[in-house]
Design a binder for this molecule. Structure first.
Ligand SMILES: Nc1nc2c(ncn2[C@@H]2O[C@H](COP(=O)(O)OP(=O)(O)OP(=O)(O)O)[C@@H](O)[C@H]2O)c(=O)[nH]1
Length: 349
């Protein structure tokens, strides 16, 4: 019981999803005396659900987060996990399966209302006693409630997107992941220069601003204005990939962090979103458009500088007709925006 209390105190002491994941699998691993415990992420892409492992602990080892090796892949298909897929389809609390080697796998989906995007998985050669299932079920309930609370503090209440407060942290995580990826893909000396600049995969930041939004509020009222923001948030979430991050920065301004893609793909993905908005029929309001400024992200620049560059490109789009996307580096190299270096930081005029 002491151990259970210690784990509860540890779990509820965190203010960060990563640390919460680590502490929940450490608790479950110890209390169930399991061979392996994982936290799985469930994502739905075009109607199909995929599974990825985001944290793992094996007996005798420390818990660790699992970085995605292939950022373009959504993960393994849920349909290949037959018992879990049936449990999710029926909105059940747990599923169990024994494999050919005699390992017992117990899955405990974390339900938030009728949605499940996290699941605990416990594997052990011995079957789980009703007492173990009871204790682990209790931990899962605390984990779910606490995850809910963290989500609430990290999300914008109108649109459900991540809020401004979480941006710096998410950007740092993305930059850390990109340095690790670049190290892993390091090319032999001289090879880097031979590779065409625009073929390189980079991380990207886009600032999205609704055009003439004041006019929407003035003509249709704030309630319709809010409805437009919610629908644009939905279009953002459906237009970008699960590994990308979408934030509402306040008012009618949104920010997207795009993971690992080439310059041409970034342009295509961002423009596809712009067109998705342009072609959407907003109830009562009709047509709405957005302007977007975007920039590639480098680990050597402070978030405020990166955002400043994207903002420069956004304001160029706003002042050159709106309903368009502008790439900061292209504007600078085309002589349409100027950047000067001073005190190791870029400034603009
Ligand atoms: N309905 C609603 N309106 C908001 C919210 N936050 C900010 N606004 C409004 O958004 C409008 C932003 O107007 P402006 O900054 O002038 O920009 P704009 O009219 O979109 O013009 P451009 O950006 O130049 O195309 C203001 O009228 C704000 O009151 C919100 O949460 N809900």
């Amino acid at each position: 019981m002491d151990s259970l209390l210690k784990h509860m105190v540890d779990m509820t002491g965190h203010r960060d999803h990563t640390m919460l994941d680590i502490s929940v699998i450490s608790a479950v691993q110890e209390l169930a005396n399991a061979k392996q415990t994982r936290v799985l992420t469930l994502t739905t892409v075009k109607g199909q659900t995929f599974i990825r492992s985001r944290a793992i602990i094996c007996a005798g080892k420390a818990a660790r987060m699992e970085e995605q090796t292939d950022p373009a892949s959504a993960g393994e298909a849920l349909s290949s996990y037959t018992a879990l897929a049936a449990c999710i389809a029926r909105h059940e609390a747990s599923a169990e399966q024994v494999d050919a080697e005699g390992n017992h796998t117990l899955w405990l989906p974390i339900w938030l209302g009728d949605k499940c995007n996290t699941c605990l998985e416990i594997i052990d050669p011995t079957p789980y006693t009703p007492e173990t299932i009871h204790i682990v079920g209790g931990i899962v309930s605390v984990y779910r409630n606490f995850q809910n609370l963290l989500d609430y503090s990290e999300r914008d209440s109108l649109t459900g997107l991540l809020n401004r407060k979480t941006f710096d942290d998410q950007l740092a995580k993305m930059l850390a992941a990109s340095s690790a990826e670049q190290d892993a893909l390091a090319l032999p000396p001289g090879e880097e220069e031979r590779r065409h600049h625009s073929d390189q995969e980079k991380q990207w930041l886009a600032v999205v601003d609704v055009d003439h939004f004041k006019h929407v509020n003035d003509k249709f009222g704030h309630l319709y204005g809010d409805e437009v923001l919610i629908l644009i948030a939905n279009l953002l979430q459906s237009s970008f990939r699960a590994q990308d991050r979408v934030f509402r920065f306040g008012g009618e301004e949104f920010v997207v962090l795009l993971r690992s893609t080439t310059q041409e793909n970034a342009r295509r993905i961002i423009d596809r979103f712009r067109m998705n908005v342009e072609t959407h029929e907003f109830p009562q309001v009709g047509k709405v458009t957005v302007s977007i400024g975007y920039v590639s992200i480098s680990a050597y620049e402070a978030p405020v500088i990166i955002l400043g560059h994207a903002d420069q490109a956004l304001y160029y789009a706003k002042s050159h007709g709106r309903n368009m996307i502008c790439h900061y580096d292209e504007l600078v190299s085309g002589g349409l925006l100027q950047a000067i270096e001073s005190n190791d930081e870029a400034e603009f005029f």
